[in-house]
Design a protein around this ligand. Sequence first.
Ligand code: KG4
Ligand code: ZN
Length: 332
Amino acid sequence: MALVLGIESSCDETAAALVDSERRIVAQRIASQDEQHAPFGGVVPEIAARAHAERLAPMIAGVLEDAGVTLEDCDAIVATAGPGLIGGVMVGLVSAKALAMASDVPLIAINHLEGHALSPRLADEGLDFPYALLLVSGGHCQILRVDGVGRYRRLATTIDDALGEAFDKTAKILGLGFPGGPAVERIAKEGDASAVPLPRPMVGSGEPHFSFAGLKSAVLRAHESGRYEEADIAASFQQAAIDCVVDRLEVALEGMQGVETLVVAGGVAANASVRAALEGVAGGHGMRFTAPPPRLCTDNAAMIAWAGIERLSMEGFAPDPLEISARPRWPL
Ligand code: KG4
Ligand code: ZN
């Protein structure tokens, strides 16, 4: 059995976790920086990097203590090496390097998107490759075919905003604060999803790509018109966004042969209406649907640790060299 330490610091969550190859999250701690960034309406990179630098080392000590293990009991130290806000990524990766060097435990550098992409396998033991993956977070909006660890084929991406970004911008327009996704979901429950006519960008296009900038602008115009209740705008926005996602997935799934499971991951996968709509898409294609529990959808270190476990169990595994670089951009 393998046990690894995972570290995540690519955006605004500082997180550390110990995960084993039996899919047990042995210990985990996570600190959100929402309060620091809220006054600015979005994540401020330098504030994020400083907060990671302050919190990460005591947090790592804390999870080791929670589990009653030492670094030397770990089979790898796994850190996000990008993509993300570079200051934060460097804090996490350099910490992992120092710990690996001091303990002589192998280092594994993980692509944050790979962490999201494999997270459903941590939660669902029965999830085998290949699967169709909708990866929807604050920075990314993609449809991928996942054929194995390290074998990702991207079928669609966004030509402007990510889906989580559209939720965050809608929340900002409606004055719901930061982070926006959960707030929009909450007030949408009290609204009428057909009250505000909003566009469905890209719907009907033969390529499965996404676009959300036009939807955000329409939300802004609807709000400025003064004609609509906030809850109705939120509900109508959420429905329009879901309609876009469903249509785009339908197009992407047409071109995917031999895939029996549809999976959603990333922060927006925490949204219950999004999950319900995707379950419907999967049902229509005779596919199984799976999504990690909400706490594994938003950024966390357990998914990074799990991606490390997946790498460790591959034939021909080799640790990453200590000179590996942090990468602000890193396509999967
Ligand atoms: O995966 P994540 O924590 O960070 C990135 O890698 O980007 O995703 C954060 C994004 C934010 O845009 C946030 O508003 C969105 O996920 N999000 C949600 C919900 N919870 C988080 N969007 C819609 N509904 C939610 N319940
Ligand atoms: Zn993420």
